[in-house]
Design a protein around this ligand. Sequence first.
Ligand code: HEM
Ligand code: HEM
Length: 181
Amino acid sequence: MAKRSDGKRSQRGKSDFKRYESREDNFDSNDHERRRLKNKDEGNELTGLTTAWLLAAANLTVFLSLLLKGANRYLSLKPETKSAVKRLNQFQKKHLMRFHYLLNPLALCIALLHFLLSCCRKTSLPELGLFVVTLMVFLGLMLKYKGTPKWMRRFVYRLHTASVTFSVMIVLLVVGHLIVD
Ligand code: HEM
Ligand code: HEM
């Protein structure tokens, strides 16, 4: 009698152990899943793409201007070609700068929404890129609306219009997104 109850107890012990083992496996796989999701960067594609297109449209004039100025500076062109290139630049700026003023602040608003809807843990380069975009928009507004003290104006103009600032912004955003992709 005592032996039979010992046998039953040991069988119950075995099945308890099996249940415990499968529960542990389950915890392990849940834990693994949770960690996998935590490491995965999620981005809101719609707001990301909208920001990118707005920035592209807003800064088309800047891209053309840097290209035409670069051509005049680095290519050995005839003086009349140089002045034609200069005139072409003035013409495109006259018509496209209005989009630069309007679409850049709009792009910044959508970029902030994109930032709130996305999470990236692998790198903070996209956040740094967003910081540079924000800085550029504020510097631009300071230039356009002339609210800057005279002594600062030169510095603000130089920082805003330097091709290096523009390139840093693009590189941070592109490399940052390649890492989180
Ligand atoms: C001006 C700033 C930004 C622009 C123009 C931008 C643009 C984009 C674009 C176009 C996409 C879609 C890419 C694709 O479909 O593969 C995207 C996705 C994404 N963005 Fe941004 N973004 C900006 C800022 C940020 C910031 C600050 C963060 C950080 C929280 C961020 C995190 C992400 C993530 C995690 C994805 C998803 C990547 C993937 O799964 O492929 N972005 N962004
Ligand atoms: C991401 C945002 C922005 C970027 C990357 C950017 C970039 C630039 C660059 C590179 C230039 C020099 C273009 C050239 O050499 O011809 C420029 C010029 C300028 N930008 Fe922006 N900008 C931004 C936003 C803004 C905003 C929001 C405003 C004002 C509302 C603004 C106002 C100006 C002005 C007044 C100029 C000088 C135009 C001239 O020399 O005739 N920018 N911007």
